[in-house]
Structure formats: C-alpha cells, structure tokens
Design a protein around this ligand. Structure first.
Ligand SMILES: Cc1cc2nc3c(=O)[nH]c(=O)nc-3n(C[C@H](O)[C@H](O)[C@H](O)COP(=O)(O)OP(=O)(O)OC[C@H]3O[C@@H](n4cnc5c(N)ncnc54)[C@H](O)[C@@H]3O)c2cc1C
Length: 468
C-alpha cells in the first residue's frame, strides 16, 4: 500500500526543518525528506588535520520580533545551543589602520558619520550636499517599519531606489560601497545594479544601526541549531528520512499528489496532501516534469549572473590573535568587498587543536576578477590581507587548504530578481520555503528562518504564526 502523509517537506535545511516543526506541532502527519546523509543543508562544516571550519560567520539576527530562528525555536521548544558573539568589523585594505569596530549607530547622522569615515577613508573631501542627501536617505531607511520594508523593497533594485531619491554621484558611490560590503559582493557595480534594496537595508540596519546581533552556534550550526529543531519536530511526531532524494513532485489534476523518492535501495512513490519544497532554488527545476507556471522563466536571469567564491582555511602552529570579530575587507579604490576573514577558534576554541589557531577567509568573485584571476593569485592576495589583519599570520602558518568554486549561484536570494512564491497559485497543495522564497523578513539565515515560519503559516491557514 502506498504510504500517505498530510505533508511532505523536501529538504532538511533551516527553512524545511522549521517549517516541518510547526506542521507537526499543529498535529499534521509530516515527513521531512533529505537527500544527504545528514540534515542541515548549507550549515555544513569542513574538517582537516584536527581543525573544523564551521563555514559560517556568526549569524545575523534581526531584533524585529526577536530574531526569527530564535523565536521559532522558542515556540517549538527546541533547545538551541549558541551564544552571542562580537559584531563584525571593517578593514580598509591598504589604509594602514587596524580593523574598525562598527559602532551601534542609532541615528541617521551617526550612521552617516561612520559610513563616510569608512568609505571616505581614501582621503577625498565629501561635499556637504552629498552628506545632507545621504543623511536624509539613511533616515528614511531607518524609519521604515521592518517587515513592511522587506515586503515593499525585496524586488526593488538598490540602484533604482537610491537614484529615485538622489542623483548625486557621491551618494551613488556610498551606496555602491555599502551594498557591496553588506552583500559580500566582489563586484560593486554588479552589486549596485542587482541587489535588492530590502536585503541591503536589512544588513545596514542589522549591522550598522544596532538592530541585529550575531551568534555562534555551539559546537557548530548543525548540532547547535538544526538538530535541536529536528529533535523538536520528531518530539511532535514528525518523521525524517535522510539519504532520500525526491526526484519528482507528482501533480495530478492540478493538485500536488505525492513525491517520487529514491534511496540507495529503491525508488517509490509517497502520497501526500501537500508538498513543501524546501530545497535551494537551483534544485527546484529538477523536481518538476513541467514547471509550475508561476516559476517559468524565474531562474533564467539569476542563472546568467556569473559569480564564484574562493576560500582559504589556515591552521596556525600557535595563537597569533585574540580578535574575535569576523572582518569584512573593503577595497577603498573600487568599493569592492574583498571578502571576510575570521579567526574562528578565538570564539570557538574547540575548532582548533590545543595551542593552535584556525583562521579562514573567503572572497566572492564576479566580473573581470572571476574571469581572469587564477586560484594562486587569489590566494596570494588573501594571504597578504590576512597578514595585514593578523600580523604574524604567514610565519605561523602550518597548513592551508583552499577551495575555488567558479559557479556559485548564491546571489539570487540577495538580488532584486522576482522571487519564488511561498504558495503556488496554480497548483493546489504546493508550497515553497527557504532561500529565494518571498516574503523573507530578514537577511541570510534569519530571513530563511522567517520563510520557514511564514510558509507553515500558509499551510496551516493561520493568520499569525510567531508574530509573522
Ligand atoms: C559557505 C556558506 C556560508 C554562509 N554563511 C552564512 C553566515 O555567516 N550567516 C548566515 O546567516 N548565513 C550564512 N549562509 C547562508 C545560510 O547557510 C543559508 O541561507 C541557509 O542555510 C539556507 O537554508 P535553506 O533551508 O533555505 O536551504 P539549504 O540549507 O540549502 O537546505 C536545502 C536542503 O534541501 C536538500 N535537498 C535539495 N534537493 C533535494 C531533493 N531533491 N530531495 C531531498 N532533499 C533535497 C539539500 O540537501 C539541503 O539539505 C552561508 C551559506 C554558505 C553556503
């Protein structure tokens, strides 16, 4: 006899696990499928020579509604393990200054002074009309009700929004720089032209305007965050199957009817009243013989954006820094974000062998740099930056691993391209959640968590869930 559930959720990342938790808590028979051998999705870690890289900078949480993954965990009674960590810092490459702490800027003028100091640190005198216009715009960003801002501006481009308020080239340059560093983008022009205004503003408000806090999961994001959420889901009667890949979402007479599932032994069909797709956006087209009409063409433009990323993971024979913050590196000449460096074992000493230290760094690449720079050249540049931030880095280096991915598709959720609806309006019982679905009420992990909650709310037909 065919197995039957009320809900099948495809993908046990943060969004799928949170969404499943609420469905089970409300008494619905729910199956969570994960193609990998363990749950957690992008919350992976990387191990080498006794070191563990939890490949996450501390997670940004918005204070709107208390932060979405923490609020979800509280309502699901999931025992998360994390602590609050130091806020990120900025480092202006080549300026000969140590990394700059981001002060908590509660007013537009305080934030403007900080941003101008950072972005104008190459010494140019900034005209007062630009400062005035920039302050007015920052005031508008700060005053926008958080959730409304996310709804209204997610599909609005940063460039269009800024230039409908000011055509001052200095204001444009400031937002280009801010967009690039807040969105971790190596190509400021691409960042300015494709970033979602809402996503950049949530980062500005979270990091610069004191509305966010960062956190370190203990001992890592899977064990400290995803597993407790999954345990809560199971405690409400939910079922998880790892090593089970959904190969096809079955649609019958305009309704989602089930999923074809493959594991290493068999392929079979499991029926359900509702299917919730919680895999990352680039995997969605593989699940449908015919794409739901509202998704047709949605991924064409984002797929054309060529981005990549390069990582170095370095084990040091001794401790050379006590710097706990992750450090965003800014290129003062171009306004590009040159990546982020993090001495992870300062806040997470269990990630390095006794007496040693773990530092890692990434760069997101696009444009000419992605086309032309070799992995070796990029690593030389990153090691120079790390030496400048953490003096003694090169001399203490014991082992270095690196990764270079030339086909990252990670920009879509942070872009202003049209996003995936959380409820299909053409296929009954078909839902989506996770990165790239809309509405998303924050950035990166916290935004993803908000989608897990709001999709569950739609499935359950509730007016409000977790304050959303
Ligand atoms: C290297 C890296 C660093 C990051 N750093 C940060 C950070 O510092 N702070 C922060 O807040 N965020 C960070 N992020 C982003 C954050 O990790 C993601 O936004 C978030 O984890 C996405 O969650 P998700 O549930 O939408 O998707 P995912 O985590 O991608 O989960 C989707 C799941 O679906 C599964 N799946 C896919 N297809 C199928 C199928 N056919 N059948 C069954 N299962 C399937 C996948 O295996 C996966 O487990 C980082 C991401 C990466 C990759």
């Amino acid at each position: 006899m065919t197995e039957k559930y009320e809900n099948i959720v495809i993908g046990a990342g943060l969004a799928g696990t949170i969404c499943s938790g609420f469905l089970a808590k409300h008494g619905q028979k729910t199956l969570l499928l994960e193609r990998g051998n363990k749950i957690g999705g992008q919350y992976m870690d990387y191990k080498f020579d006794g070191y563990t890289v939890a490949m996450h900078l501390p997670m940004l949480m918005t204070t709107w509604n208390g932060g979405f993954w923490t609020t979800a965990a509280r309502e699901l009674e999931a025992n998360l393990k994390f602590y609050y960590s130091k806020e990120p810092k900025f480092y202006v490459n080549g300026a000969g200054m140590p990394p700059i702490s981001v002060p908590r800027c509660y007013t537009a003028s305080a934030m403007v002074d900080f941003a101008l100091g950072l972005m104008g640190s190459h010494g140019e005198k900034l005209p007062s009309d630009a400062k005035q216009e920039f302050t007015k715009i920052m005031g508008e960003i700060l005053g926008y009700p958080w959730k409304q801002m996310c709804i209204d501006l997610d599909n609005v481009g940063l460039k269009d929004w800024v230039e409908s308020r000011s055509t001052n080239p200095v204001v444009r340059a400031l937002f280009t720089n801010l967009g690039s560093s807040m969105g971790f983008m190596g190509d400021p022009k691409l960042s300015y032209e494709t970033s979602s205004a809402a996503k950049v503003f949530t980062m500005i408000r979270g990091w610069l305007a004191g509305e966010g806090v960062t956190a370190v999961a203990v001992p890592n994001p899977v064990d400290g965050i995803i597993k407790p959420l999954a345990d809560a889901f199971k405690a409400y009667g939910g079922e998880i199957r790892t090593g089970h890949r959904a190969t096809n979402v079955l649609i019958e007479k305009g309704r989602a009817a089930g999923v074809v599932v493959k594991n290493d032994k068999e392929e079979k069909t499991i029926s359900a009243d509702r299917i919730i797709v919680a895999c990352v956006w680039s995997d969605i087209p593989k699940l449908f013989i015919k794409m739901p009409v509202e998704l047709e063409g949605l991924f064409d433009e984002p797929s054309k954006i060529k981005m990549g990323n390069v990582w170095t993971f370095t084990g040091l024979k001794r401790r050379i820094t006590n710097e706990p913050s992750c450090i965003l590196v800014q290129d003062p000449k171009t306004g590009a974000n040159l990546g982020g460096a993090y001495a992870e074992s300062v806040e997470q000493p269990w990630n390095a062998p006794e007496g040693k230290q773990l530092i890692w760094m990434y760069q997101v690449l696009a444009g000419e740099k992605l086309e032309k720079a070799t992995k070796e050249e990029l690593i030389v540049e990153m090691n120079d930056i790390q030496e400048a931030i953490y003096p003694g880095f090169k001399e203490a280096m014991e082992v270095q691993h690196s990764a270079y991915n030339k086909q990252s598709s990670g920009h879509y959720p942070l872009s202003s391209f049209k996003k995936i609806p959380q409820k299909s309006n053409t296929i009954e019982g078909l839902y989506f959640t996770g990165e790239g679905t809309t509405p998303s009420f924050g950035c990166i992990s916290d935004g993803v968590a908000s989608t897990g909650i709001s999709t569950a709310k739609k499935v359950l037909g509730l007016d409000v869930l977790c304050g959303i």
